[in-house]
Design a protein around this ligand. Sequence first.
Ligand code: NAD
Ligand code: UDP
Length: 343
Amino acid sequence: MQAPRRALVTGGAGFLGSHLCDQLIDRGDEVLCVDNLLTGRKANIRHLLDHPSFEFLRHDVSQPLQVEVDVIYHLACPASPVQYQSDPTRTIETALEGAIHLLHLARDVGAKILLASTSEVYGDPEVHPQTESYRGSVTTTGPRSCYDEGKRASETLFWDAHLQFGTRIRIARIFNTYGPRMRADDGRVVSTFLVQGLTGQPFTVYGDGSQTRSFCYVSDLIDGLIRLMDASDDAAGISEPVNLGNPEERTVLELVDAVRVVTGSTAPVVPLPLPIDDPVRRCPSIVRAQHLLGWRPVTPLIGGLRATAQALAEEEGLPAPPPPDASLAGAQAARLDGAGRAS
Ligand code: NAD
Ligand code: UDP
């Protein structure tokens, strides 16, 4: 019988990392979760702490780490604009020093390593949808630069380790992902609007709400990350960046409509200023992921938002979302989940 694979998940107590730990444990891997709990929470992994195949280590990835592992999923980095902009120096240092130390570890123990990169490497893109070959439109001196440039340089560090030392790498460019365990106060749009919807507060729409994002449900994203890690090293182009996200593009105002369907809220929109360098349009081309991994998201927006709203209500003691029939008309939900916009 094959020995269980030992996986290191950095940022494993965060939103995405904790779901990844769950999936890896479920399939029989051993998991070492490393996190300094900067934006993550012990509560996200509490149910795993007594599992014989799970270990938690409180550690800052900007310091070196020596452990025996077969694969490394490197997710440690704050991801919400509010959080990563609150201490920009620390954000870019985490991205760079974390990538350097984890690549050294991968090289020392011969582990395969995956970087959780981001659609932010495309900046405020001029190409739609964004393909991996697009080089991006990014500034080195804006409020988002600490994160964008930190991730861009991390991709370069990964790529150079691959070229120079033969390190087996994977680079996932993750587009906006949402789901249970997002923090109610992390400032990202889905959790913010769901809390506002559940509590009947006005929706804080930045700018005129015509800017777009593409929202991927967490279970779909985790499935994509694991497929990318597991893909054969011989697959052509597997070390190059791969977009993972939902190709259905929505305006922020359309997201408000969807949240109203799920929460039953009739609260108005309050327009607030658009943050500097907020990307106007964002939508992934997932042709590479489909071709290399046979992957595409399957969770409809309304269903994913409903599960997220339910979890937020339970975690935060907020009013529960109404049952589907009692919320706005099913026809409206179907329209918002319309398949037509997928590219
Ligand atoms: P998150 O903030 O919930 O998770 C990040 C985790 O990293 C947290 O648990 C945090 O405590 C930990 N961390 C931060 N700095 C650390 C350090 N110096 N040492 C050790 N641990 C540290 O965010 P998330 O949404 O789960 O994002 C996870 C990863 O995915 C990030 O690298 C992020 O850039 C990337 N990503 C996420 C999205 C998304 O929509 N969720 C989109 C693009 C990229
Ligand atoms: N946004 C908004 N109201 C909020 C929070 C965010 O209108 O309360 C907008 C934000 O301006 C951006 C989009 O929602 O256009 C997504 O923001 P988020 O912070 O979730 O992530 P981003 O994709 O910008 O990194």
